[in-house]
Design a protein around this ligand. Structure first.
Ligand SMILES: [Zn+2]
Length: 399
């Protein structure tokens, strides 16, 4: 039986709630593991995949265009090692928005959809995939525990914290990826500090309140999105190193890089997605916030690639996919430069770079391709069916 610790906790809780013992019972009728039955999913033996969301919103101009790039490692080094789709786009279709959560879901589900805010005005926008994510496909096809499929999120974007699984009734939270983010660390820390009796009443109330906005987003897991033993171990070591204050660890996208590099060593993910975000600070109106964020993200990619190459388990056996969530506007007359909420042409114009075993090197593809092709292509390399993904496999990336 191969349910991870979080899965067991959920099962125990559900059994308890239903007044059933731990006897044989099917879970939810959703093709989920059955207690007492053998887990027939094979071990995963294919390549590891690292998806870098080159976000939050970056244009071709500052990334892959040689004369104007702020991303030298990507543009001059990494491109040489793989196949670059210079003209990937987000389709122009009514309701298909060029934004961060949407683009992320297009990448990991392989399907364009109108993602409506499903309620709660307080949070602004919440989205859920109706068709499975890559994490769910992988974990349903193979025995890969949740901590070996990881999403790394920025510290303050509650609406993206639970994009790690869909609402599809054959998939869903039982096949989710685990998430590493500062929110998850803070949740872990609060629990530990309560146990250790270290917090005064006032402090405790304040900390609880700070975590509330995330709890409100976590409306569809029924408490099942537990971190589990391995992730808690990861946070224990993080805490030992960086302490409790939150002031010592790196911030912003540098934090994401640090989490990614550590997770490669400590959790050994088979499928890892790093959701870079800081480009989006251009929303405040200052162009240099954007270009500086591109450069920091580029440095992060360089570090993650180096970490993979220095790791025996990953070196020569890892595929990188670098793809933006969305582009940005090019209108020179806009009061605030480089927005992305108007579905303008350059907000739909992105790219994708694939690097790794079996992928042709130094190839630039001029053909127009779709962002939703990333999912089918990852499925191809990892050998699982992406039955509900719509984009065709990016054939030029397959040697
Ligand atoms: Zn934005």
């Amino acid at each position: 039986m191969n349910i991870d610790a979080a899965g067991w906790a959920a099962v125990a809780r559900r059994d308890f709630l239903k007044g059933l013992g731990a006897g044989a019972m099917a879970l939810g009728g959703a093709g989920l593991p059955v207690i007492g039955a053998a887990d027939t999913r094979p071990e995963y033996r294919g390549p590891n995949v690292v998806i870098i969301r080159y976000g939050g919103g970056a244009r071709r101009r500052e990334s892959i265009e040689v004369g104007t790039t702020y991303s030298p490692f990507l543009c001059h080094e990494l491109v040489k090692r793989g196949t670059l789709f210079k003209r990937m786009e987000i389709t122009e279709m009514e309701g298909v928005e060029t934004s961060h959560a949407q683009g992320t879901l297009f990448i990991i589900t392989g399907k364009y959809d109108k993602y409506k805010d499903i309620g709660n005005k307080f949070l602004g926008a919440r989205f859920e995939a109706k068709v499975p994510t890559l994490f769910e496909y992988l974990r349903k096809a193979y025995h890969v525990p949740s901590h070996r499929t990881l999403t790394i999120n920025c510290e303050d974007r509650p609406d993206e914290e639970f994009l790690s699984f869909s609402s599809h009734h054959h998939y869903g939270v039982d096949y989710r990826s685990n998430v590493l983010s500062l929110y998850r660390f803070k949740a872990f820390l609060l629990e530990r500090q309560v146990k250790e009796g270290k917090l005064g009443e006032k402090e405790l109330a304040e900390r609880r309140k700070a975590l509330e906005k995330w709890e409100k987003v976590d409306y569809r897991t029924g408490g099942k999105d537990q971190q589990g033993r391995e992730i808690e171990g990861f946070w224990e070591r993080w805490r030992e190193y960086y302490g409790d204050t939150g002031f010592v660890n790196p911030r912003g996208d540098r934090l994401l890089t640090e989490l990614a590099v550590r997770s490669l060593k400590e959790l050994r993910p088979r499928l890892l997605m790093v959701n870079y975000t800081d480009c989006d600070y251009v929303h405040w109106g200052n162009m240099s916030h954007y270009t500086r964020a591109v450069a920091i993200m580029d440095e992060g990619i360089k570090q993650i690639v180096a970490a993979v190459e220095a790791n025996e388990e990953y070196h020569g056996n890892t595929i990188f996919v670098v793809v933006p969530d969305c582009g940005r506007d090019s209108n020179p007359f806009a009061a605030v430069p480089c927005q992305h909420h108007f579905n303008s042409r350059s907000a739909r114009e992105i790219f994708a770079l694939l690097v790794g075993p079996g992928i042709p090197q130094g190839v630039a593809v001029e053909k127009r391709v779709e962002q939703i092709s990333v999912a089918a292509t990852v499925g191809h390399f990892m050998k699982f069916k992406t039955e509900m993904a719509e984009g065709p496999v990016l054939a030029e990336a397959v040697a």
